[in-house]
Design a protein around this ligand. Structure first.
Ligand code: URA
Length: 293
């Protein structure tokens, strides 16, 4: 049994012992969920997204990839998250994360949980490190300066932010002395306690491609190394092609103090590979972004 499965099963069993047999949904979630549940359709990332229902057996999803789908072993990681529709399962997962004792009892993490954002039907999933000050304030990942950079990258790919799925390895902002607006990277142990969540999100969303933003996110997903040596080719997370690229914060730093164009070009080359993998159209203009004159 995977770590993700056993940790969350343990959590559910604990709740059951406490007489809690249901995972609570946020107020208004049921109202939002009623009216959802159109049957799934074959999709391409550029098409409008239908909402997928788990009530009926899901129809096969068209994969514009030349590769075999993720191996069956991936299913072993699927958690028994309470809920019928995909949206309900994600809502239940969010509720579990909010009260995730292994993280809350770590004094090195702050207590506000910041979950993921985006489409449950996304073909493309970005994974960052951990929320920072602005993310903690607004309760959404990647909304600060690095988030604006990420949103610009998504737009340059011809996509809309709400159509992709954006998550973090660590769901809580790492604490610091005299924190103020300061942020730090999560430590390995901090990522480990939250890992079941991102793995379950991957199992539920089943993206066609994952992009790990920076070496910390890559390490959290089990792809250790420096971005410089990992980027430019696909790795695998639960059988899903995973591109490692520079974190948007690195781009911001390089713009100020280093070779901003070189860093942007590297990220863009990686995103072109991601677009190719997803079967997205690529214009001449897009191909030419950040090329040496
Ligand atoms: N950096 C991250 O890795 N994640 C966020 O949510 C924000 C900044």
């Amino acid at each position: 049994m995977s770590t993700a499965t056993s940790l969350l099963k343990q959590h559910l069993q604990q709740r059951k012992l406490q007489g809690k047999t249901h995972v609570g949904l946020r107020p208004g979630t049921m109202e939002k969920l009623s009216g959802l549940g159109r049957p799934p359709a074959a999709r391409a990332i550029s098409e409008p997204e239908p909402l997928r229902s788990f009530a009926a057996a899901p129809a096969p999803v068209a994969r514009p990839l030349h590769e075999a789908p993720p191996p069956e072993t991936k299913k072993a990681e699927l958690l028994e998250v309470a809920g019928v529709t995909l949206e309900e399962k994600l809502a239940a997962l969010r509720t579990m994360a909010e009260t995730w004792e292994p993280a809350l009892s770590m004094n090195s993490l702050r207590k506000t949980m910041v979950f993921a954002v985006g489409s449950p039907l996304a073909s493309l999933m970005f994974v960052g490190e951990a929320p920072g000050a602005e993310e903690e304030k607004l309760g959404e990942p990647f909304v600060g300066p690095a988030g604006q950079k990420l949103t610009a990258i998504i737009k340059a790919m011809g996509l809309d932010r709400p159509k992709v799925y954006i998550s973090n390895i660590c769901k809580f902002r790492p604490a610091m002395d005299n924190q103020g607006s300061g942020n730090r990277k999560p430590e390995a142990a901090e990522m480990k306690v939250c890992l079941p969540f991102v793995l379950t999100e991957i199992d539920l969303i089943k993206p066609l491609v994952i992009v790990a933003l920076g070496a910390t996110a890559a390490e959290g997903l089990g792809i250790p190394g420096a971005v410089g040596s990992l980027r430019g080719r696909f790795h695998s997370t639960s059988g899903i092609p995973t591109m490692v690229t520079y974190h948007p914060s690195y781009l911001l730093r390089e713009e100020k103090t280093g070779d901003g164009i070189r860093a942007k070009r590297a990220v863009w080359e990686d995103m072109l590979k991601v677009m190719e993998k997803l079967g997205l159209p690529i214009s001449e203009k897009q191909r030419g972004y950040f090329q040496a004159k």
